[in-house]
Ligand binder design. Structure first.
Ligand code: FES
Length: 93
């Protein structure tokens, strides 16, 4: 089964994401703390800077605005890895 390595920038965390699970699902499954709210691409809490790699969506998330995309940001709760990724998630607050 295809899996990718996810690295959280600025932290020591790395984890594995399977092709059919979202980055958020993969993180939660492995007890990796990342901030999230709705889990459905609606609230924007999980908006992260995509430092490198390819992440795709099944459908365009409602909370992802054009300026976010232009700034290289993505919503990890509804994003699927298609390569190894480095992502910079928001601070847990
Ligand atoms: S957790 Fe709400 S948009 Fe990702």
């Amino acid at each position: 089964m295809m899996s990718y390595k996810i690295t959280l920038a600025r932290t020591a965390h790395t984890f594995e994401a399977l092709a059919h699970e979202t980055i958020l699902q993969a993180a939660l499954r492995q007890k990796i703390p990342i901030p999230w709210g709705c889990g459905g691409g609606l609230c924007g809490v999980c908006l992260s800077h995509m430092v490198s790699g390819k992440m795709v969506y099944k459908s365009e998330p409602l909370a992802l605005f054009e300026e976010d995309k232009m700034a290289g940001k993505g919503l990890v709760c509804v994003g699927y890895a298609r390569s190894d990724l480095v992502i910079d998630v928001p601070e847990l607050g």
